[in-house]
Design a protein around this ligand. Structure first.
Ligand SMILES: Nc1nc2c(ncn2[C@@H]2O[C@H](COP(=O)(O)OP(=O)(O)OP(=O)(O)O)[C@@H](O)[C@H]2O)c(=O)[nH]1
Ligand SMILES: [Mg+2]
Length: 200
């Protein structure tokens, strides 16, 4: 049976852009949150299928009910396919991490990124690779946003994420090499063919 390489993240984090730039797949990307609305599968090799998830959270022009349906669909997919998920990659927008997290906290809601990372770790028994995307937009907020992210993850899972976090810009290409190597190494260690032809 095929196994899955899954990309998760909030709407507009840049999941589809990372997939496009790192794996060369022609996946739709867009300026507005809610471009990818379905769980989209793309075969990478005989035994591996890439999964581009819709965003987990607020989606433009979608009702709360629709958002909830998408969230439940994502959770159901991850839970029911847990044994088939070879690797998960969580993409977040590091340029707005503090701003978004504090806004949610004021409403008594925990960071959706931290929730999802924790959920992936618990469900798959392995910590996801974390892509801190949009570093080109973060400017002098990068350091503060990163330490806030680290702080939240340590508080929720006691995990030091230094080995798991990749600072990337899908726009400029910065950091994509290291991310690709990490995906390659994880998959090859699990005896999959690499999705990166030049690394084979
Ligand atoms: N500045 C900057 N913009 C980026 C970067 N990565 C993605 N974007 C932009 O962010 C927007 C959202 O990108 P997508 O790849 O569609 O995001 P997504 O996470 O797939 O979004 P949904 O499908 O809506 O969940 C697009 O306008 C991208 O061009 C980045 O590293 N830097
Ligand atoms: Mg998308």
């Amino acid at each position: 049976m095929n196994q899955y390489l899954v990309f998760t993240g909030r709407p507009n984090a840049g999941k589809s852009s990372i997939i496009k730039e790192a794996l060369g797949l022609r996946v739709p990307t867009g300026k507005r949150p809610g471009t990818t609305r379905r769980i989209s599968k793309y075969p990478l090799s005989q035994d591996l299928v890439l999964v581009d998830m819709p965003g987990f959270g607020r989606i433009l022009k979608a009702s709360r009910e629709e958002e909830k349906k998408i969230k439940n669909h994502i959770i159901d997919f991850l839970e029911s396919n847990a044994s088939r998920i070879a690797l998960s990659v969580h993409v977040l927008d590091i340029s707005s991490f503090c701003e978004v997290t504090w806004r949610l906290e004021k409403k008594g809601i925990r960071s959706l990124d931290v929730e999802m990372i924790q959920f992936l770790a618990d469900t798959l028994n392995e910590f996801p690779l974390i892509v801190a995307n949009k570093i080109d937009k973060a400017g002098n907020k990068l350091e503060d946003n990163l330490s806030e992210l680290n702080h939240h993850i340590r508080a929720s899972s006691n995990q030091n994420i230094e080995d798991h976090i990749f600072l990337v810009s899908a726009k400029t290409g910065e950091g994509l090499g290291a991310l690709k190597s990490a995906i390659h190494n994880k998959l090859v260690n699990k005896e999959f063919n690499t999705p990166f032809r030049f690394l084979r």
